[in-house]
Structures are given as C-alpha cells and as structure tokens.
Design a protein around this ligand. Structure first.
Ligand SMILES: C[S@@+](CC[C@H](N)C(=O)[O-])C[C@H]1O[C@@H](n2cnc3c(N)ncnc32)[C@H](O)[C@@H]1O
Length: 289
C-alpha cells in the first residue's frame, strides 16, 4: 500500500477538473488503479488532514492520467479492467469496453426466463470480453452458455474473465463467423443474445479518438447502414433456436424499427423494441415459432 496526503490528492483532483478534464474518468482511474472509490473520496473531503492509502503510488496514478489526457487512450485500457454490472472485467485493445447501456440486456433475458433453476441453453454471439455471457452464466448456474467471437484474441480475454470470475463450467467459448461457430447446433438454443457491431459507416467515421483509435473496428463497424451483422444474425437464428426461442439484440439508438422489420421479415413474432435506461430504443427482441 502507498500513502498520499488527502490534501495533496484533493488539490490534484481539483486542478484536473479546473483544467476541463472529465471527472468521471478521474474517479474511474482512482477506483480501478488506486482502489479508492468515489464514495471514499467524498468521505475524505470531510477530513482533508489525513493520509489515504492507495494500491499503487500516487506517481503511478498521475502518470496514467497524463497518458490518458495526452493520448486519449481509454482509462479502462490503461488500467486493463473495468466494472460492468457487479463484475470487474479484464479488457484490452482486443475487446470492446463493455458499455453501461448494455448492462440491462441481462435483465431483459432474466425477465424472459425468470426460472434460474431451469436448464436453459443460450448463445452469446460476438462475446468480446465475455461480459454478457459471464453475467448470465454466473446468475444462472443451471444454464448452459455458448459464447462465440470471430477474434481469437477477444476469446482469450473472455475465457480469462470467466475463469477469473467463476468456478463453474457452464460456459464454453467458440471461434467462428456468427453462426459458422455452431455447426451441428441446429435447434439447440432457448435464446440467443447479441450485442453485435452496429455503427453505420458515417457515424463510425466521426467517432471520438478515444473510441476510434483504441477500440477494435471489428467490434464497432456494422457496414454502410450499420445493420450488416444484425441481418446475418436474425437471418440465421431460426436454424439454431428451439421453437418459441427468443433472440435479443442490442442495436444503435435509431435502428429499433428497422431491426423490428428484420425480425418480422424472417418469421419472428412478439417483436418489440425495449428502451435502455435513458429511454432510447436500444434493444429489439423477437420470438420464433
Ligand atoms: C459490440 S462488440 C460486443 C462485445 C460484448 N458482447 C459486449 O457487449 O461488450 C461485438 C463483438 O462481435 C465480434 N464480431 C465481429 N464480427 C463478428 C463475426 N463476423 N462473427 C462473430 N463475432 C464477430 C467482435 O469481435 C466483438 O467482440
């Protein structure tokens, strides 16, 4: 453990914020690297004449911060981890940093399948860091999950995260191009979940440096209209889901109605768009029967 005076830490923080830096990124850095949560910090402000313990030296923290502000490299990549739901997940430049808006996809699934003791087979297509599949497998130990990605380096991170977070073996990892990973899995899954790359070309070209230069294009870019991968997934799904099985997809904020039409065109029913916590139609679901 390393110590720093609370006063020194608070003055440094104020300086960064006055300089126009993003306060949330600062809190994240102190939390992940220093082991000091936002709540701890607020409590420290009440008594600034003490010392505070950090997991790494204050020097290390300031250097990481300087790297972030000078290069725009995301804090999560600098610290090689992030928080997602209740999990601490390893990330690097091979995987998308799982986003807070994706978190409720797990609740959507748990609401569709409210009996965790049932034996349910599910697939997570484009698992990246493994966040979605791992959260589902952990909260439902009797479910059996199959997570895929076309990038072996991403799968290595997902495997690492699962081994690190669970001592269960109810999740396995497959390499392949969407449904190509699932030869011989016809009619197997009770549900399929996916947060595929869905950013349209024009939007992709204008993404911030922090995203465009550091997160994998493979995880973001969805072709000219953004729907290339979503189309593939919905089109192939009927071959792999059980009768009455669900497909749950995350989409770009303005794609809900288009994804709804895709589901309808490929024979799904009970199709609906579900809002994220900001009221944006971020998820579209459909049932096949
Ligand atoms: C938006 S990221 C989602 C990652 C993770 N599921 C999440 O929600 O944070 C999309 C993932 O799909 C993967 N992917 C892209 N094209 C693919 C393909 N053709 N087949 C399988 N996976 C693909 C990418 O490598 C990436 O990990």
């Amino acid at each position: 453990m390393f110590t720093v005076s609370v006063q020194e830490l608070l003055i440094w923080l104020k300086k960064q914020v006055d300089f126009g830096c993003d306060e949330e990124s600062l809190f994240l850095l102190l939390d992940i690297l220093g082991g000091l949560s936002k709540r701890d910090l607020i409590a420290l402000k009440i008594n600034p004449h003490q010392e505070v313990k950090l997991k790494v030296s204050f020097n290390n923290i300031t250097n990481s911060w300087i790297e972030h502000i000078t290069t725009s490299r995301p804090i999560q990549q600098i610290c090689e981890s992030t928080y997602w739901r209740e999990l601490k997940i390893k990330v690097n430049s091979d995987v998308l940093i799982p986003r807070v808006e994706t978190e409720i996809i797990v609740d959507i699934v748990n609401n569709l399948f409210p009996f965790p003791q049932e034996s349910i087979y599910f697939a997570d297509l484009g698992t990246g860091s493994g966040a979605i599949a791992i959260a589902l497998a952990l909260s439902n130990p009797s479910w059996v999950g199959f997570a895929t990605d076309c990038d072996n380096k991403a799968l290595a991170i997902a495997r690492h995260n699962f081994l690190n977070l669970s001592d269960c073996s109810n999740l396995s990892f497959y390499l392949g191009d969407w449904w190509g990973a699932f030869n011989g899995f016809s009619g197997k899954f009770d549900f399929i979940v996916s947060n595929p790359p869905y950013i349209p070309k024009e939007v992709y070209e204008n993404l911030s440096i922090e995203v465009k230069n550091y997160e994998p294009k493979l995880a973001l870019y969805g072709g000219s209209d953004g729907l290339k991968h979503i189309r593939n997934i919905i089109k192939g799904a009927p071959n792999f889901i059980k009768e009455n099985g669900w497909v749950i997809i995350e989409n770009h904020f303005d794609q809900g109605e288009k994804v709804k039409s895709l589901f309808n065109n490929y024979g799904f029913n009970s199709v609906k768009v579900i809002n994220d916590l900001s009221g944006i139609g971020r998820f579209t679901i459909g049932r096949y029967n």
